[in-house]
Design a protein around this ligand. Sequence first.
Ligand SMILES: *Cc1c(COP(=O)(O)O)cnc(C)c1O
Length: 434
Amino acid sequence: MHERRSPAELLALDRAHVWHPYSTLVNPPEAFLVQSARGVRLRLADGRELIDGMSSWWSAIHGYSVPELNLALTTQLDDMAHVMFGGLTHEPAIELATKLIAITPPDLEHVFFADSGSVAVEVAIKMAIQYWAARGLPNKQQLLTVRGGYHGDTFGAMSVCDPITGMHGLFQQTLATQRFAPRPESRFDGAWNDTDISELSRVLERHRGNLAAVIIEPIVQGAGGMWFYHPEYLRRLRELCTACDVLLIADEIATGFGRTGELFACQHSDVTPDLLCVGKALTGGYMTLAATLTTPAIADTIGTGVPGVFMHGPTFMANPLACRVALASIELLLASPWQSRVRQIEQILRRNLSRCAAFAHVSDVRTLGAIGVVEMREPVDMRTLPRQFVERGVWVRPFGKLIYLMPPFVIDPADLLQLTDAVVDVVRTLGAGV
Ligand SMILES: *Cc1c(COP(=O)(O)O)cnc(C)c1O
């Protein structure tokens, strides 16, 4: 073992060599060195503690260093860290699949494990295309989605992200061309406007012969704009997809496991998709794992068509450590009063963030479940804002015009108050031009 480098040395190496998400190595933005994390607190190498407002991008719903999850991992480690999934199987994968089938909407009875959310989306797209090919309709390969969506960073997933924020022009030569409809405008907590779905309905009917599936984030659009739309939209979309012989893919990678106040956001509309993607909070933020669930109708059709197998198989498929910790995370969630916790977080977020609505430079404040969003009229400076939050003892990472919170479900009211106070305070200083 070599001597450990100092925090300053580590940060210098980081700046020089390590790429961060959607970042640059040319004059890179500041990164903060985390030493450890426990409960809802991140501990920086310089000893400062930050209350986490991000749940490490929707995933750490139980907070950090959770005894039950640590135990699940160390116990599984004694048996095996990994084995290939081709021709072999294991208890963690079987138990996790069984659990996912039990808690997701009815009819979803088959599970394909993948390593990340983006890959789960790729898998769903490939399943949809293979399904129609097996039914003798190989022209049904295109996808339809709404603007303002985010489905991941790989090529298939990217092709259904918002064309502007997803920079489609940049990748034009290699990116599949998909169909887009406007994003749903009826607010989750507002009145339903029937014309909201008319453009999507028109595109669906006109192009049904070429459409394999509609892909959508149910109720909450995440990284594409943190927008909450009316449950009626999803109900109508389900009916239209069925009527037009187009599959419905629900991307619950951000919304799954309680974040919106229902275990899955589809349940706000009482809708069962044909394909469901989960990821992010699946392992409680411990390891990278995702899954695509589908119905017997789709699995049977793929299995009896040509080539008779589903054409996908990641090396680390159904990693036993990840499956074991996912199982423990779901059990911990279901054994907890998660619904009342999320409701309480929602009330505090709504009450405290609503103070931002009075600022002229804020265009909207919205809350759903354990998600609180302050939308500014202009994009914020992502290079300087994180430090302002760190100085206030919290971890918040805005993007674009959005400053938002999605804390771990276990956060207590005092810590949540510190988070929302920091947001209100930083938003106020933005208005003062500081
Ligand atoms: C994060 C996210 C993805 C991509 O997941 P990764 O694990 O980052 O590949 C896909 N869809 C939605 C809705 C997401 O929020």
